[in-house]
Write a protein that binds this ligand. Structure first.
Ligand code: BGC
Length: 255
């Protein structure tokens, strides 16, 4: 039987990554390609990179495209944007990508995509109850599930905590920017996840983003009621989740 393939793309503040995904096993079918995010990161400039990524693979003619994007995506439209060019607000992302690739396209918030991948193929496989998947990178992403069903676009990285936009203090980029020690950063994460836990009482918290590969440096320093585990798909999660949702044309994902 031939493989079921969709093309997944993860748009980030510093890089745009894409790979064909084998949807049966939730893994890349070929090596991933990374292209630096253009500056300024306008819709036209990013669309050109997406076209280049898709065209650099010999994909089945009917393979759909899933785009994980660092913003709330309401029925395909970018609602607001924190870490890319502000001209993205109001853009219909699937329509833009369809225009440059000619392929059926689904767009979804990047953390929601990563969460879907962790639930299907990773650290939260078949988890029940309330599951929070949080990605720590340029910003803080959040994906919230109840018994496997996604509540899209929760945007918990923008909770106001102690008078600050939470991600400005606790994202991985804040650790970098302010040269925080692991202890100092863990204190900020504790404050953030403590507040989130008080609001939502998750049964499981999964921490993703590139820094999750160094989870032993900070996860043991967190003291929360819910079990906290590292994501398993790490940087692949956004690509894999977006590809899976593209293959389903999921409406819940904001298509
Ligand atoms: C955005 C979210 C995104 C997160 C991680 C935040 O700044 O508002 O939509 O999921 O960054 O990229």
């Amino acid at each position: 039987m031939s493989k079921k393939i969709a093309f997944g793309i993860d748009v980030g503040g510093s890089g745009i990554k894409g790979a064909p995904v084998d949807l049966k096993i939730g893994e890349f079918a070929e090596e991933r390609t990374r292209i630096p995010t253009p500056e300024p990161s306008t819709p036209d400039a990013v669309a050109e990179v997406l076209r280049e990524l898709v065209e650099s693979y010999d994909l089945p003619h009917d393979a759909p495209v899933g785009v994980a994007f660092p913003a709330p995506i309401h029925h395909g439209v970018v609602r607001s944007i924190a870490n890319l060019d502000e001209s993205w607000t109001g853009v219909d992302l699937p329509a833009l990508v369809h225009r440059v690739t000619g392929r059926h396209t689904v767009a979804v918030n990047d953390a929601d995509a990563a969460g879907v991948a962790e639930l299907r193929f990773g650290a939260a496989r078949e988890a029940e109850g309330v599951v929070l998947v949080s990605t720590l990178g340029t910003g803080i992403g959040s994906a919230l599930f109840v018994d496997g069903v996604l509540l899209p676009n929760t945007e918990l990285g923008h909770l106001e905590i102690d008078g600050h936009d939470a991600e400005k203090r606790a994202a991985e980029s804040a650790r970098d920017r302010e040269d925080l020690s692991w202890d100092e950063w863990a204190e900020r994460l504790q404050r953030y996840f403590g507040a989130v836990e008080d609001l939502l009482s998750p049964d499981l918290i999964v921490i993703g983003g590139g820094v999750s590969k160094k989870h032993e440096k900070f996860l043991p320093k967190l003291h929360l009621r819910a079990p906290v585990v590292a994501a398993q798909l790490r940087n692949a999660a956004g690509i894999v989740g977006a590809a899976a949702l593209a293959a389903e044309g999921s409406a819940a994902a904001g298509v």
